[in-house]
Design a protein around this ligand. Structure first.
Ligand SMILES: Nc1nc2c(ncn2[C@@H]2O[C@H](COP(=O)(O)OP(=O)(O)OP(=O)(O)O)[C@@H](O)[C@H]2O)c(=O)[nH]1
Ligand SMILES: [Mg+2]
Length: 205
């Protein structure tokens, strides 16, 4: 794989502020602290692109990272973090759900699930919403370095079974931002989504 050329473009607090960029977008969403920013960095092999922190609630806006001048990675704030004000939680929810369900440019949402735990009720209701709205997503299990091989295999089977009947789940992949596990698979899933959108847009012209 070539090293992608990636930079930071902009951060927005509200969806209404986000311009109609003419590029396909691949988003990272999931509960607070699940490892979204870390995995985005690992995917493009840059250590300090998206801000990472042990304190949940680190990513507060919607952040755009252009890749090779052709498509965008989008880092979203996390959901399910109790220690922010009700007002801030509602702002996060509007931002995340508004983006994931309605953003026309979004070709894939990577929904991150912590491989060390069962999915939370918030995770499950997000997956349900994506299915209902026919939105393309992949389930990405994070922090697999903290599991034994058999625990990891069990978790992968559990999540695969969960989406066995789902129509819009592109894939389930086991990853670790720490070891790079699953990176080639995730890259392939992302590239496929971007390329598909490009070819359909081309056909329509
Ligand atoms: N063991 C392990 N820890 C990880 C991995 N990825 C991230 N972490 C840790 O998990 C914590 C949260 O990482 P972030 O990437 O900031 O998580 P986030 O989902 O972007 O968090 P918010 O922006 O706050 O929602 C940090 O302490 C990371 O070092 C991983 O693959 N393995
Ligand atoms: Mg983050």
């Amino acid at each position: 794989m070539h090293a992608p050329k990636v930079g930071f473009l902009a951060s927005y607090d509200r969806l209404e502020q986000v311009p109609d960029y003419p590029f396909p977008e691949v988003a990272f969403a999931g509960r607070s602290n699940v490892g979204k920013s870390s995995l985005l960095n690992a995917l493009v092999m840059q250590r300090r692109l998206a801000h990472v922190s042990a304190t949940p609630g680190r990513t507060r806006g919607i952040n755009f990272y252009p890749v090779d001048g052709a498509w965008m990675l989008v880092d979203l704030p996390g959901y399910g973090f109790a220690r922010v004000s009700k007002q801030e939680r509602e702002r996060f929810r509007d931002l995340i759900m508004g983006y994931l369900l309605d953003r026309r440019q979004m070709v894939l949402a990577n929904i991150l699930l912590d491989s060390r735990h069962d999915p939370t009720p918030d995770d499950l209701s997000l997956i349900e919403e994506l299915e209902l709205h026919k939105r393309p997503y992949a389930l990405v299990l994070t922090k697999a370095d903290a599991l034994t091989e058999s625990q990891a295999r069990q978790r992968l089977e559990q999540i695969r079974a969960l989406v066995a009947q789902c129509e819009h789940c592109a894939d389930v992949v086991l990853t670790s931002a720490r070891t790079g596990l699953g990176r080639p698979q995730l890259w392939a899933i992302v590239r496929r989504a971007v390329t598909q959108r490009k070819s359909t847009t081309h056909e329509q012209q």
